[in-house]
Design a protein around this ligand. Structure first.
Ligand code: ADP
Ligand code: MG
Length: 684
């Protein structure tokens, strides 16, 4: 049987070359494409009772023409026709502008349907569409008419007519694509019925059911593509199965000064399972700031080393590299693991030494910035790469490693909480592990929102905290268009604070400083030399200054929720109660809502979910190039549950050998082939 994607639209009556071209401009080439061009909403043509119609509303009314229409011409080609219509107990005036041709339809005594804008005071309707009451449209008088997004010369009248024709002529040939058991289990409309009803719903409920079915199908097919890709990747990447001495790993975990949280245990298992499997790991580990990712990284590194491999931990800045070196040495040295640092600021001699020991296999774990994977760095047996807040590690870096004969397991760590819906779509081909639980005993940061006029009072509160020996951050406003203004702001605030707090030392950090200068400022804050750090947003992710317990974020309305949360994560890292004060006079409701949300919750995942709801998925990552797919009907926010279900079902499906062979899944495999997922792969 030929697929409807192979039937050109020119097969439809009234579609010649010209119209085919116009349709192609909307992505419609085949009858299959046409039927999948879904309406964005419906226009209500159901006849209304006048008593329930509001002034200015768009309505459809049914009435009998009473007397002759009056026609008036004025100006160039301009005309106005009006006629009286009798309905129930009222007489209303129907008016047409510049449509003198309707005059012939207005025969006294005839029933007509008019659609247009209602003027309650004049009892008048300005008509945009008219039909005779016994016409085809009137016969379907309860109608919800589909509204499509149009382009070029294609009109609604044309598209609706073609759609009806296509359904009449080819409706029987619409194939079910979802597996029968899925359709049954989730009580979905059959595909042909859903497509019929999404274009021409009998009533609101049947439209809703049709939408539900098509939304599910979209998410299902999308997830199927991802799951199939993942499976194929796994079968094709030449990773290696590490044999990890699990007893040694368990012993290490027992030796930690704290028990792992359940979430940490779960992600450790997921990671080690990947490392022991024959494919190369490609996993995202997300966990809120302070959720304890470092120790998870340490366990994975230990496992790799004990299995006979080397590990590397990559971070974005030197300060972070030093901090990680420190924590890893504390954790791993007692187990006989050699840890080294490799950053851009090593002397040539130090660098040569580290490179030499790496190549000879004397170093087990190396921590560093991206200097780590430069061309002259060679490992003797690299098995695991972990990146922390390092989104730059991508295709190119993998290529460099592969060119050295390496295809290590890779784990990406991030503290940017990504709502699950986005994680499993944007990072679709990656496996995702989530630490969704904080170690016991954490004190959430107390957050409050103050107006600008209260800034002096806030500074007095801060003074009290500083007198107790604590440190504070003051974050300066973000000016989107200009880094220069950011810097100027920071300089101004710094000057103001120097005046307000003559008794304290105040550091200044901004993007115009060199890496060296930034490091120096950061070190001075870390060592307690500075009491206050005034900073633009360059204050580094992941930096740990447990004595800093107070943060002021100036012009907080300029930041997104995710960013505010990241900034706030710089405090609350010690045993003392910490505070975060948002200084903001937001003008919009959304802005106010953001401030309220920040005060209500310190849970990064809840925050990011609410941010997503406020802003929509397109804006979530800040840029439009987020790599998120565009769905026709599905909505990542409101159809969250369906996405989860689709993911589980498709994962199960592709893992089942019968999926790749049996006739009943042929349509789905055909879909994967059309989407290029199965290019070059031969089954059977
Ligand atoms: P992040 O996920 O932000 O990188 P860290 O790994 O820096 O978090 O952990 C933050 C702090 O919590 C560290 O001091 C670490 O020792 C501690 N920690 C980690 N796991 C636990 C746990 N299970 N119980 C108690 N403290 C923990
Ligand atoms: Mg960390």
């Amino acid at each position: 049987m030929t697929s409807l994607y192979d039937v050109p639209v020119t097969r439809l009556h009234g579609v010649g070359e010209e119209r085919a071209k116009a349709l192609a401009g909307m992505g419609i080439k085949s009858v299959g494409d046409l039927l999948e061009y879904f309406p964005s909403r419906y226009e209500d043509y159901r006849v209304r009772d006048l008593t329930q119609v509001k002034d200015g509303e768009r309505v459809t009314l049914l009435g009998t023409v009473y007397g002759q229409p009056s026609v008036r011409f004025y100006g160039k080609g301009k005309s106005r026709i009006s006629v009286k219509l009798v309905m129930d107990r009222v007489v209303v005036t129907a008016v047409w502008f510049n449509q003198s041709f309707v005059k012939n339809k207005l025969v006294p005594g005839k029933e007509i349907l008019v659609t247009g804008k209602w003027d309650r005071h004049r009892l008048q309707i300005t008509v945009s569409e008219v039909a005779e009451a016994d016409s085809e449209r009137a016969a379907r008088r309860g109608d919800l008419a589909p509204v499509y997004s149009l382009r070029g010369d294609v009109t609604h009248a044309l598209l609706r007519r073609l759609m009806m024709q296509a359904l009449r002529q080819y409706g029987q040939e619409i194939q079910e694509i979802l597996p029968e058991e899925i359709v049954r289990r989730y009580r979905l409309l059959p595909r042909s019925q859903a497509i019929q009803a999404i274009h021409f719903p009998k009533d609101a409920e049947s439209g809703r059911q049709a939408r539900r079915r098509i939304m599910f199908e979209e998410l299902f097919l999308f997830q199927l593509k991802i799951q199939a890709l993942r499976r194929i990747n796994r079968q094709q990447t030449e990773g290696r199965a590490m044999s990890i001495p699990m007893e040694e790993v368990r012993q290490f975990v027992r030796s930690l000064p704290f028990p792992l949280t359940d979430a940490q245990k779960r992600v450790v298992k997921e990671i080690l399972d990947d490392m022991r499997a024959p494919y190369a790991m490609n996993r995202l580990l997300q966990g809120d700031v302070g959720s304890g990712k470092t120790v998870v990284a340490a366990i994975a590194l230990l496992a790799a080393v004990k299995a006979g491999f080397q590990g590397a931990l990559m971070v974005p800045t030197e300060i972070l590299a030093e901090q990680h070196l420190h924590s890893l040495e504390n954790l791993l040295s007692p187990c006989g693991v050699q840890v080294a640092l490799l950053t851009g600021s090593l002397t040539a001699k130090q660098r040569r030494e580290v490179l030499g020991s790496l190549q000879m296999g004397l170093v087990d774990v190396v921590v560093g910035t991206h200097a780590l994977i430069q061309e002259d760095v060679f490992f003797s047996r690299l098995g695991l790469v972990i990146t922390d807040e390092q989104h730059r590690f991508g295709v190119e870096q993998r290529r460099i490693l592969r060119s050295k004969g390496l295809s290590p397991d890779v784990l990406f760590m991030t503290a940017t909480p990504i709502p699950r819906t986005l994680a499993i779509t944007a990072f679709g081909d990656m496996d995702v592990s989530t630490i969704d639980q904080m170690p016991a005993g954490r004190k959430p940061v107390v957050t409050c929102w103050r107006k600008h006029e209260q800034f002096p009072a806030v500074l007095e509160e801060m003074r009290a905290e500083l007198r107790r020996g604590r440190q504070a951050y003051v974050i300066c406003p973000l000016i989107e268009e200009s880094e220069k203004l950011d810097v100027q702001n920071a300089i101004d605030v710094h000057a103001q604070l120097m005046q307000t707090f003559p008794e304290f030392r105040i550091g200044l950090m901004h993007g115009r400083l060199s890496a060296k200068e930034k490091d120096a400022v950061m070190h001075a804050f870390l060592s307690g030399e500075y009491h206050v750090l005034v900073s633009t947003t360059v204050v580094e992710v992941g930096v740990n200054v447990p004595n800093a317990t107070y943060m002021v974020i100036y012009d907080a309305e300029r930041f997104g929720l995710a960013q505010l949360h990241q900034l706030r994560g710089r405090v609350g890292r010690g045993s003392e109660q910490s505070y975060c004060v948002l200084i903001a006079d937001p003008k919009t409701e959304i802005g106010k809502e953001r401030m309220r949300i920040m005060c209500e919750t310190t849970d990064g995942f809840e925050l990011s979910q609410r941010d997503l709801e406020l802003r929509g998925p397109g804006d979530f990552f800040g840029t439009k190039q987020s790599g998120l797919p565009e769905f026709k009907v599905a909505d990542l926010v409101s159809d969250y549950k369906a996405l989860e279900v689709a993911r589980q079902e498709t994962a199960r499906l592709v893992a089942d050998p019968s999926f790749w062979q049996e006739e009943r899944y042929r349509e789905l495999r055909e879909y994967l082939r059309r989407e290029g997922v199965l290019d070059g792969i031969v089954f059977d």
